[in-house]
Every structure is written in C-alpha cells, then in structure tokens.
Write a protein that binds this ligand. Structure first.
Ligand code: ADP
Length: 637
C-alpha cells in the first residue's frame, strides 16, 4: 500500500468559479431538480472515466498502479454525519487539475449556450441535455461537496471544497493511495441517498453497465450472508454481451454514460464484426443536436477500446467528421494494447474500422428512412446539415448520402428526397432546380421563383451554408444536374406548364410589350448602369416582379458570395450580376415607353430593388435615397 500523503502546512486558497460555472450551478439546482438522482450516475461516470484513463496510462507505465492494480468505485454512506462518499482509484487529479476541471468549463461556446437557457424548467432540461452537467450535478443533493484527490504517481493530495455558491477552496489534503474521494454533505431533503436500498437501486438503474465494480461498504445485521463491501453492478462491458442479454434501458443508460447527454438515443447499433479484422461496436445516433455540433474542430467523440481497455476518445480517424454526432464505443481485437495516439493516425486497421462503421451507419439510416419517414425527419432535422458535409468530402459515399438527403420545396409541405423530386418533375424538365439562402420563408418570396411557380415547377430550398459546397461538388443525381434558379442557365422554355397555368399564361399575351421597345429599353438600361451589371436581359422567370438579379451559369452563386463576404473569405471583386427585367410588368412597360428619355435614376433604382430582394443593401444607400426622393417628387408633382 502506498504511504498516506500528509497535508503540508498551507492555508486554504479561495477561488471564484468561472461565471459559466456559476450559471450552470443555478440551473442544476433548479431546472434539474426533478431528476436529481442522476447525480450519482454522473459521479460514477466520471470515476469510471478516471479508471479508464489510468488503465491506459499504466500500459506504458506499470508503476502507476503498482500495489493496487484492480480498479473499483466505492460508495459509503454515513447516516449520522449525513454524508455520502463516492471514491475511486482512477487517475486522480493534481492541484492544477482540480482547479481547472472543477472550477471552469473549458468547452468553447459554453457561455453562448448558457445564455440560451430561459429559466423555463422543461425547455432548459432538454437543452441542458445537449451539454451534460457532470460533476456539478452533485449540488442538486449536497449543500457542500469536498473532493480529495491524489494523482497517480504523485505523493501529495489536495482537497477542493465548495458550497456551490460562487467560490471554492483548495488546500493540501490527505488520501491513502491514488484516486479521488468525493464527500457529499447531503441536503436535509436528500436523506434518501443514505440508504443502501436506494443507492443500490440507482446504481442498477443507471450504472449497471460500468465495466468496473461499484461497491458499497457497510453492514447488514439482518442478512448474515451479506459480504461487505458488496458489489452492486454486473461490471461487464455492455458491448461484450450478446444483444439478447441487454435490455433497452441498459442500452439507454450506457448511452447516457458515453454521451453525457439526457436525451435518448435515436438509434442504437450493437454489432460484432468478424473477418479480416475483428471489432465490436456499440454506436448511438443521438436524438438531440449537441450545442457544439458546428464547432470548427469537428471532432469525433467515439471511444476507442482495445481488448476492453479504453485507449482514447480523441481518435478522429475512427469516424469521418461528417459522422461526428455518433456516440459510443468501438473495441478492437487487432490493434496492439500499447497503441499510442500517434500510431492511430493512418493506421490500416483503424481505416478499415472506419469504413465498416460508415457502411453500417449509412445502412441503418437508409433502413430507418424507408421504414418511417416522420421519424427519419427528426434525425434529418438534427443532423442532416452535418451529413451533407459528407457529400462534399467523401466521394465513395456520395451516392449513398445523396439518397439520404431531405429538402423542403416550393410546392410541398414537409421533407422530400431527391427521388421524390425527380418523380414529380414536369415534362421537358431536365434539371433539379434549387434556390439557396438563409431561410425557406425568405426564399419563398424570391422574384426568381415566379416563373417556376407559373409553370408549376418545384424548386428545392437550400438553406444550410454547407449546401453551397456540396452543390459545387455534386453535379448530378441520377443523371439530373442541379441548377440554381438565380443563375443564367436555369432555362424554363422547354418545360411544359400545367394546363391550367398555361391557359392563364396565354391570356396575358394580348398586351405583351413589343420586342422592339423592350430591346430599346435594355440598351438604355445597359448604358445607364454601365459596369454595375454584367448584362441586362429579358427574363422568363418573372411574373409579378419587375426585375431580379441572376449570375452567369458558371459563376459563384449570390448566396455563397454573401456567406464568403460575411466571413471575409472573398478576395477580389464578386462576379458581376445580370439584371433581368419582366417585359410584362407595368413599370417595365412604362419605362419602355420612355426609353428615349433620361431613365438613369429609374435604372439604378431597379438595380437597387433587385439587390434588396436578394437581402443585400443598395450599392450606395445615400444615392439610393436621393434617387427615390427625386422619383417620388416627380410622381407627386
Ligand atoms: P465532464 O465529465 O463532462 O468532462 P465534469 O464536470 O463532470 O465534466 O468533470 C470535469 C472534469 O473533471 C472531467 O473531465 C475530469 O477530467 C475531471 N474529473 C471529474 N471527476 C473525476 C474523478 N473522479 N477522477 C478524476 N478526474 C475527474
């Protein structure tokens, strides 16, 4: 047994919690109150992670666990003192780690996330589920928490104490051997967590799958056979069991452990791959989108085990980043136990596991999409935007991914697939039309859609920023190319309109502006606008609006241009736009009748209108206002 670490003669130091922690503690104490028994799950989960971490380190430094090679988590309750103690012989924490881990939240985006919380219990509970409260949940049941920890390999221990109200202290402490002891001074109304029956029930419900023994100390005068410490869980890694031995609830609880989430899994994939390489997997697709899904590091959080020993949860090669929402465990039989994190890069075993996982997950998604479209829509809502990154990044999975994509459109409610779109295409239509922008509601009012609506042609809304990227990389789906309705090439002349719509269309023919005066107007507009436009053309995509902007077929989409500008990623000038005019619109007719006069103000106002419809600002707001005033004055005069 290691010697007891003696406290040095130093006074406790007081530290303030990081503001985010204070906020989180408030929420934990209030919003999560109804589920407060989960504090034990969270503490046991952390203890098991600490054992996992040390077991991995000990593979290359056996001295770390010398004399105490068996990992365990121990609970003990003291009814008199009203304390519950959770203790582990895992990695332990140094003084700096205590300060860093139990006083701050390092995840970026945390404060933004916490600001979204409303104080409404129900809503907050589901949001906080994306976050995980971990250690701080102890303050749901305790009015004071003391953590004494001794890092494996170190001979000094430190004690962290807090009442969860803004500050904590750290001072030298005493602990036999490595690991962490958490003493909860239970609140008056939390005495239930002092009885073996209650603790045992909580462990069985939430933590049975923990692969280390969870024991309770004590005595049982009524049961002479009871041996203390008594083991409460079955302590066999869940993924090693056969499916028939695992209940739905056990799968769910394991998910809570690996994901640190409160939601339930949307899908659970438990499998064993045998053949050239052997591995077991227990992989989950969450229901809820985590708050940091779009964090730039795009890291995977799957846990890699080798022969039941945890290796890392930072192996980015295990799944492609467009499946980074997966949670769970992969356990390989082929990797060496002493595999270092560096060795995992470009490792052929890991890349085989990756392609196996991708196939399984995409297969499962396809199956679920087929079986229950509404349920699949829930998945798509949460993670579709991430999956689309794969269309851009993974050539070999592109076809499978494109079948899994869902879109909203101008003509139908709900989500549709590309196959649904193609099925409903009009006679003579040879392309998949789309319009991209920030929201379907705003896009639905785009002038460029008018001609498509008139002919009954469906247009897909592309509202995720990633759409611009995969679209530039996925020229077709089943032989049909994608065409933006805001580009020159979106030509509707071959598309036959529905009968009713065609009738309405031809009724307007009588008062069509004659071609010669439209040509004269186009020439005059070009002259006035000069370099401000690439061209001026008569449009066949407008019915109600006088004009709109489009770009040349091969040019950058206007929406992408705006995204890049926002992120300062656009060097040099943007592609010049084409101003399209609607020859049937009263304003254009009036202008055509006056094309020989001075139409310079009107020309610029037309262009600025079109820009505003794109969600942009007029090229020069003050000139815009002056022109507008001049035109209005004239009209009233
Ligand atoms: P999370 O577990 O989600 O990271 P927590 O707030 O629960 O967040 O814990 C913060 C960190 O404190 C953990 O990541 C871990 O590094 C450390 N920690 C917590 N409990 C223990 C423990 N029993 N042993 C060692 N380290 C621990």
């Amino acid at each position: 047994m290691a010697v007891e670490a003696k406290p040095a003669e130093t006074a406790p130091e007081t530290h303030e919690f990081q503001a985010e922690v204070g906020r989180l503690l408030d929420i934990v104490a209030n919003a999560l109150y109804s589920e407060r028994e989960i504090f034990l799950r969270e503490l046991i989960s952390n203890a098991a992670d600490a054992c996992d971490r040390l077991r991995y380190q000990a593979l290359s430094d056996a001295a770390l666990i010398e004399g105490d090679p068996d990992f365990a988590i121990t609970l003990s309750a003291d009814a008199e003192a009203k304390t519950l103690t959770v203790s582990d012989n895992g990695s332990g924490m140094s003084r700096d780690e205590l300060l860093g881990n139990l006083g701050t939240i390092a995840r970026s985006g945390t404060s933004n996330f916490l600001n979204q919380l409303s104080g409404d219990d129900k809503k907050d509970l589901s949001l906080i589920g994306q976050f995980g409260v971990g250690f701080y949940s102890a303050f749901m049941v305790a009015d004071s928490v003391a953590v004494t920890s001794r890092k494996a390999g170190a001979d000094e221990a430190f004690t962290w104490v807090s009442d969860g109200k803004g500050a904590f202290t750290v001072e030298p402490g005493a602990r036999d051997g490595r690991g962490t002891t958490i003493v909860l001074h239970l609140k008056e109304d939390a005495a239930e967590f002092l009885t073996e029956a209650r603790l045992s029930q909580i462990v069985k419900t939430y933590s049975d799958h923990i692969a280390f023994p969870i024991r309770i100390t004590g005595e049982n005068p009524e049961d002479g056979d009871a041996v203390y410490p008594k083991q409460l869980n079955s302590a066999a890694a869940l993924w090693t069991r056969s499916k028939s031995d695992v209940t739905e609830d056990q799968y769910k609880e394991f998910y809570h452990h690996v994901s640190h989430g409160f939601d339930d899994p949307w899908a659970t994939l438990h499998f064993r791959a045998e053949g050239v390489i052997e591995y077991a997997g227990l992989i989950y697709i969450p229901t809820q989108r985590p708050f940091d899904l779009f964090h730039p590091d795009r890291q995977s959080k799957l846990k890699l085990y080798v022969k039941r020993v945890f290796i890392t949860d930072e192996c980015d090669e295990l799944v492609p980043s467009w499946l980074r929402f997966l949670r769970g465990v992969v356990d390989s039989e082929d990797l060496p136990l002493n595999v270092s994190r560096e060795m995992l890069q470009n490792n052929p075993v890991v890349s085989k596991i990756q392609s196996g996982l991708v196939k399984r997950v995409l297969g499962e998604l396809a199956k679920r999409a087929e079986k229950d479209a509404d349920n699949y829509a829930e998945f798509w809502d949460a993670f579709g935007a991430v999956l689309k990154e794969g269309v851009y990044e993974s050539f070999e999975n592109r076809d499978a991914l494109m079948k899994l994509m869902r879109f909203k459109s101008t003509t139908r409610e709900g989500w549709l697939s590309l196959a649904d779109y193609i099925e409903a295409m009009k006679d003579g239509q040879d392309a998949i039309y789309y319009i991209s922008g920030d929201s379907a509601e705003a896009l639905a009012k785009s002038p460029q859609l008018e001609g498509f609506a008139a002919k009954g042609v469906e247009v897909l809304f592309m509202t995720d920023p990633v759409d611009e990227f995969w679209l530039s990389n996925a020229p077709d789906f089943e032989g049909k190319s994608f065409k933006s309705v805001t580009r020159g090439g979106a030509d509707l002349s071959n598309v036959k309109a529905d009968e009713k719509e065609a009738a309405e269309d031809s009724s307007k023919d009588e008062d069509k502006t004659d071609d010669a005066s439209v040509s004269a107007l186009i020439t005059a507009l070009k002259e006035s606008l000069g370099e401000a436009v690439a061209d001026v053309r008569k449009s066949d995509r407008l019915t109600a609006s006088p004009c709109c902007l489009v770009v040349e077929d091969g040019a950058m989409d206007m929406h992408l241009e705006r995204i890049l500008k926002q992120h300062n990623q656009l060097n040099g000038a943007a592609a010049p736009r084409i101003l399209e005019i609607n020859a049937d619109h009263a304003l254009i007719k009036a202008l055509a009748a006056n094309a020989t006069g001075d139409i310079s103000d009107a020309a610029h106002l037309l262009l600025d209108q079109a820009r505003i419809m794109e969600g942009e600002t007029p090229a020069d707001p003050s000139t815009f206002v002056q022109r507008m005033a001049a035109v209005m004055t004239k009209a009233m005069g």
